[in-house]
Design a protein. Structure first.
Length: 159
């Protein structure tokens, strides 16, 4: 079976959608995502950063970005921290479901960098702390998927 991930390609434009809510965390996720783009060879002028009010708004922005046809992939960044009400479940669930729908409907990779954590410390740990940077991981996943999809579309996969 051929390995379709054999080499990175020119990725094209990337949109990084970032929640302003919990900006202490999301700005660090953005830093990680930008480093991931740099490491993959995506020039900064090909990365559009779009700030949104919160994680709940990420799917609508992702759908709008996908509909432009300008992007090879999207990266969605947010931080939803559990509180004392069921609000966490609604926001986290809507963000995950909505971003999945956008990815499927547009056959466009959407890197999921939305932290869903119980505490602020867990968020800090995942935004460049002891658990790495999930923004970097989301960008790497989206770019890797964009490479694979581009290769599939170009018929570079042999039977």
């Amino acid at each position: 079976m051929p390995d379709i991930f054999f080499r990175p390609r020119h990725h094209g434009r990337v949109a990084i959608l970032v929640s302003r809510y919990n900006e202490l965390i999301t700005s660090k996720l953005l830093d990680g995502a930008l480093v991931g783009c740099d490491e993959a060879g995506v020039p900064r002028h090909q990365v559009d950063v779009v700030w949104l009010p919160g994680a709940f708004e990420l799917p609508a922005a992702a759908a709008a970005a996908a509909a432009t046809g300008r992007y090879a992939c999207l990266v969605a960044l947010g931080a939803v921290i559990r509180g004392e009400t069921p609000h966490f479940e609604y926001v986290a669930g809507a963000a995950a479901s909505g971003l999945t729908d956008v990815s499927r409907q547009h056959a466009l990779p959407v890197g999921f960098g939305v932290l869903t954590v119980d505490t602020l410390q867990q968020a800090i740990d995942r935004a460049g702390g002891s658990a790495g940077n999930k923004g970097h991981e989301a960008a790497a996943a989206a770019l890797g998927a964009a490479d694979a999809i581009a290769q599939l579309r170009a018929n570079h996969v042999e039977d």
